[in-house]
Design a protein. Structure first.
Length: 329
């Protein structure tokens, strides 16, 4: 989800700067709400667990796309097995194609254990833009306004937003354990945020996350569990109206960034230098500690070099709260 969310600002910039252009964006059907409201951008849903599953499904998707529209070029922003197969099929049929350079060499040098080359790599947004430049489109990424407009929150929780309190979103989970702030320490953060002036909304996904966050809601006042209770589009509406999001290096950082919601982001095994920082986010809101072993991976999917996850345990609860307070003020 984070990869798709990072592509949205690029798509908007490309369309704004090339008024003759029309884009069909193909991705997992679940992500369609991210593209609502983008002019001259059609979303084509891929059902990757159903009719578009596997190589046969990709062939079916290729045939559908080929007959649905007359494309001048096909670009691959993801460069995984599925999208690469589509690119090959289109190229064999005479279409102009381009695909992303993920900068794997630089990322390997940044994340290796020994002789680390520690410097900022090209942001992924620019790598996406480079793919469009390969097909001779003019793209200059500009961040002058929110990518997506603020949405109306679901009626069932409008009373929370009309209370006059500051609304703090907390997204304590990530796809990989190495990217997660210790759960008990995050619970302490939430407890300390509960004041007469604050309301905390908890974000997550999946049964286990929903269950864990519901226990927090049941235990603490002014804490509301959003996970599992709203559609993706409704969750986006909620995010668009909060005052600050507290997130790991995860999708919620990128979703909040689309609405220009400030994000206090917590980084452990991964590092903003890899190029995955939130669109338009202020670097002063990053929470992390300096360790020579960081980062040990690009996505947080590799075991900790030290074995003790010091990069997360060394981050104090108070340092996170101070960033939140400064952002709200």
């Amino acid at each position: 989800m984070g990869d798709v969310a990072m592509a949205v600002p690029v798509i908007k910039n490309v369309l704004q700067q090339n008024p003759q252009l029309h884009i069909t964006f193909v991705s997992n059907a679940f992500f369609q709400p991210l593209f609502d409201g983008l002019e001259r951008c059609d979303f084509y849903p891929a059902y990757l667990k159903e009719k578009h599953k596997g190589s046969k499904g990709m062939l079916r998707l290729f045939k559908e796309l080929k007959t649905s529209n007359k494309f001048d070029a096909i670009v691959d922003l993801h460069s995984v097995l599925r999208s690469s197969l589509l690119i090959v099929l289109f190229k064999l049929n005479g279409y102009a194609t381009a695909f992303i350079d993920k900068g794997r060499k630089g990322k390997k040098e940044l994340t290796r254990k020994e002789n680390k080359i520690f410097h900022p790599l090209k942001p992924m947004n620019e790598r996406y833009a480079d793919v469009f430049r390969k097909i001779d489109l003019d793209v200059r990424l500009q961040n002058t306004s929110p990518v997506l407009s603020k949405l109306v929150v679901p009626s069932s929780i409008q009373n929370i937003f009309s209370s006059g309190k500051k609304i703090i979103g907390i997204a304590p989970f990530a796809q990989h354990q190495e990217k997660m702030y210790p759960f008990d320490k995050m619970k302490t953060v939430v407890k300390q945020l509960i004041t007469a002036d604050h309301t905390v909304l908890l974000f997550g996904g999946g049964k286990n996350e929903t269950t864990a966050l519901q226990l927090w809601e049941d235990e603490m006042p002014s804490v509301h569990n959003i996970a599992g209770k709203f559609s993706f589009k409704e969750e986006l509406a909620i995010i668009s109206n909060i005052n600050v999001m507290v997130s790991m290096d995860s999708a919620n950082m990128h979703l909040a960034s689309l609405f220009a919601v400030p994000v206090v982001s917590i980084w452990g095994a991964t590092h903003p230098f890899a190029g995955f920082y939130g669109w338009g986010q202020d670097e002063k809101n990053i929470v992390h500690v300096s360790l020579s072993c960081r980062p040990c991976s690009v996505f947080g999917n590799k075991p900790c070099f030290r074995g003790d996850h010091a990069c997360m345990h060394m981050i104090t609860e108070q340092s996170i709260i101070q960033k939140i307070d400064a952002t709200i003020k």
